[in-house]
Ligand binder design. Sequence first.
Ligand code: NAD
Ligand code: TYD
Length: 334
Amino acid sequence: MKLLVTGGAGFIGSNFIHYILSEHPNCEITNLDKLTYAGNLENLRDIENDPRYHFVIGDIADRELINNLLHGGYDTIVNFAAESHVDRSILDATPFIETNIKGTQTLLEGARQYRVGRFIQVSTDEVYGSIQNGKFTEKSPLSPNSPYAASKAAADLLCHAYWKTYQLPVIITRCSNNLGPFQFPEKLIPLAITKAWENKPIPIYGDGLNVRDWIYVADHCRALNLAIQRGKPGEIYNVAANQEKMNLELIHQLLDIMGKPRSLVSFVADRPGHDRRYALDAGKITQALGWKPFYSFEQALAATVDWYLNHEPWWRKIKSGEYAKYYDKMYSQR
Ligand code: NAD
Ligand code: TYD
């Protein structure tokens, strides 16, 4: 298996590369990443000298670079590369359009020209929008509410169009909120762990009653591997572990694990357009590909807390760098 993984130095992509190297002894992986604020080669330090792994710095929207790379012959592309943070998309949607839409289309076009055998688009539950009751299936209409979600929905539609028009073998996976090692510490769970560790207030948007459906990143990686091996071209697969939590409930649970007081919760102004609830029906991938999650939310949260507490230098370096200034700017505008 010769894979081009994009965005592999971010959270899920780096977990996925570790997973594939351990599952497929004969694989070959090229990781193409622009190394934005979210890309971090420390995430792959342990495998950087593995002869099956190569790193290329670059932009998925750079057509010449993509064509040069694909000329080398790949059987599979897994596209993780994205601007991924809703709060950043509210401040400035432009890079989301460039990477998530134009970048995806550049990759699709390259895959078409160089006849790549499989294209996995790593998408999100956020393309469906918010749901009050019940769960979204793959047939639910797209109704994205943030610039991030809209850019991911546009990319999904382009994937669909390349399948219908050119029969490019595209598979779209739509996963719920991930937790686990290597997540950039401005997303809710690593933010809360690192703040709590320093006994600093944890910002909770609005009333804290928004619901997210959480999955351990390793379970997501297994689902992606199955989609590569057995997924049907042109299909969409929801991926979720059926573990809904209100933000406030989640943070209380996390503080309890860490032995920190609940008084660290600090309610702050709500996120504009904040989706109230995400919930996915993942019955299709279970039925069609035999996937099911291995990790309960409690196991995943405990493992994630443990990882952050054992990797303090990893997050300290990020939190003391350029990102710190950005974070202050982002929240001073609320
Ligand atoms: P992340 O922000 O941690 O990582 C994104 C990676 O993409 C970074 O390494 C960054 O440098 C790279 N990148 C950004 N722009 C690029 C460009 N133009 N060219 C090349 N590389 C570029 O994101 P993540 O949380 O790991 O998410 C990965 C993918 O999974 C995204 O497509 C996201 O939409 C999707 N997803 C994430 C979640 C979640 O809970 N985190 C859930 C469902 C789906
Ligand atoms: P986030 O990790 O940004 O993921 P997403 O918005 O893509 O689901 O946020 C998860 C939930 O936590 C979401 O409802 C917003 C909320 N949230 C806070 O309450 N405070 C925070 O500081 C952050 C980053 C998020």
